[in-house]
Design a protein around this ligand. Structure first.
Ligand code: 0OW
Length: 326
C-alpha cells in the first residue's frame, strides 16, 4: 500500500473507531463486537507502525500514553471551578427558591441533575482537539492530569466540530469497576478502596497512565466554562451543545418549571438511587437561564443560582458486638 492509500485508510479507521467507541462508551449502545473493534484497531496500529508520520495525537491508538510522570504540573483555571452550597431538606429548597425569585422575579425554570459522587475536572479543547485536562484542586489551581484523562474512553480526543471550548464534569468509577478493583486488591492482599469516589481519586492521581487506564473510569460533563463564545443562553441548551459535540452527559437531567417539580424529582431519585450503576450523593438544582445566573452571581466559593440537595447520610447500622459480661 502506498502512502496516499495508507493516509486514506487511516482516516477511514479513525472515523470508524471513533464512532464505535462513541456508541459503546457514550451512548452505551454498541453496534459492533469487541473483536470487530480490536481488529480495526490492530489494522490502525499496523498502519501507524509502517507509516509513523500518519500517527496523530487524537488517534484511537494514542489513548494510553507512554511516559510515567514523576509529578503533575499545576494548572490555573481560566475561571474558578466553583463548589455548591448545600440544602438538607425541603425547607432549604423552598428558601433557595424564594431567594432566587426575590432576585430575578417569578419567570424562572430550573434544571435538576443527579449529583455524581466523583471528582470535578476541566477538559480544554482547541479546534476540536483535546489538549489539556485538570483536577479542580482548590477551585483556582488544579493539577494537569491530561494523560490519565485521555485513558477514559468516554472522553472524546477529537470533537464532532473543530471548536475551542472548556467543558467541566465529574469523573467517577462505576460500581462494577469498583467491585472489580476491590476483587483484584483482595487477591493481591492489598488494602481495599473505601468507596468509588476515593477509588476514582486514587486512579486519577496515578503517575502511570497504564494504571489509570486499567481502572475503567467514566465521566459526565455538566458545564461549559466559557459559554460566551458558544452563544447558548440557557444551561439546558449548553448541555445539548456538549452532547452534540460528542461529550457524555447524564440523561437523567430534567427541566423543572417550579420548586415543587424540583422536590418531586428529588423524591423520585431518593427512591431510584440504589438502582443506578454509579454513586450519587445528591441532586444539583440550577437556574436554567444564563442571564438570570449572571444576575444572581456567585459568592467567593459557590453560585447563588445553584444548590446541591444532599441525601441524608445512610443510617449506618452498626451491629454492636455482643459484650462479654464479665
Ligand atoms: N457532581 C455533580 O454532578 C455536579 C453537577 N452535576 N453540576 C455541578 O455544577 C457546577 C457548576 C457550577 C457550580 C457547580 N457541579 C457538580 O459537582 C460539583 C463540582 C465541584 C463540587 C461538586 O462536586
Amino acid at each position: 500500500m502506498d502512502q496516499q492509500a495508507a493516509e486514506k485508510r487511516v482516516q477511514e479507521l479513525h472515523v470508524q473507531l471513533n464512532q464505535l467507541n462513541y456508541e459503546y462508551h457514550v451512548l452505551d449502545q454498541p453496534t459492533a463486537s469487541d473483536a470487530e473493534y480490536d481488529q480495526l484497531l490492530r489494522e490502525l496500529i499496523n498502519l501507524e507502525e509502517t507509516f509513523p508520520q500518519l500517527k496523530s495525537p487524537d488517534s484511537p491508538t494514542q489513548r494510553v500514553g507512554g511516559a510515567v510522570l514523576d509529578m503533575f504540573e499545576k494548572v490555573q483555571h481560566q475561571s474558578p471551578m466553583l463548589s455548591l452550597g448545600n440544602a438538607f431538606g425541603e425547607q432549604d429548597l423552598l428558601d433557595f427558591d424564594r431567594r432566587v425569585r426575590q432576585a430575578v422575579g417569578d419567570q424562572i425554570s430550573y434544571v435538576c441533575e443527579l449529583k455524581i459522587d466523583g471528582l470535578a475536572v476541566s477538559l480544554r479543547y482547541e479546534n476540536g482537539l483535546f489538549i489539556q485536562g485538570a483536577t479542580r484542586g482548590d477551585g483556582t489551581i488544579g493539577e494537569d492530569i491530561t494523560s490519565n484523562l485521555r485513558t477514559i474512553k468516554s472522553i472524546p480526543l477529537r470533537l464532532n466540530k473543530p471548536v475551542s471550548i472548556e467543558a467541566r464534569g465529574e469523573v467517577f468509577m462505576p460500581r462494577k469497576s469498583f467491585e472489580a478493583l476491590n476483587a483484584l486488591k483482595t487477591e493481591r492482599g492489598e488494602e481495599l478502596a473505601a468507596n468509588p469516589r476515593n477509588a476514582a481519586a486514587g486512579s486519577l492521581r496515578q503517575l502511570d497512565p497504564k494504571i489509570a487506564a486499567s481502572r475503567n473510569l467514566d465521566i459526565f460533563l455538566y458545564n461549559i466554562a466559557d459559554v460566551g463564545e458558544t452563544g447558548v443562553t440557557s444551561h439546558s441548551a449548553g448541555l445539548d451543545l456538549l452532547e452534540s459535540l460528542g461529550f457524555k452527559t447524564n440523561k437523567e437531567r430534567r427541566k423543572c418549571a417550579s420548586i415543587e417539580e424540583v422536590i418531586s424529582y428529588v423524591n423520585e431519585w431518593t427512591e431510584q438511587r440504589p438502582n443506578l450503576p454509579y454513586d450519587i450523593d445528591g441532586i444539583v438544582i440550577k437556574v436554567d437561564s444564563l442571564a438570570q445566573q449572571e444576575e444572581l452571581g456567585t459568592t467567593a466559593k459557590s453560585p447563588r443560582w445553584a444548590i446541591a440537595y444532599k441525601f441524608p447520610a445512610e443510617e449506618v447500622v452498626t451491629t454492636l458486638k455482643s459484650i462479654e459480661l464479665s
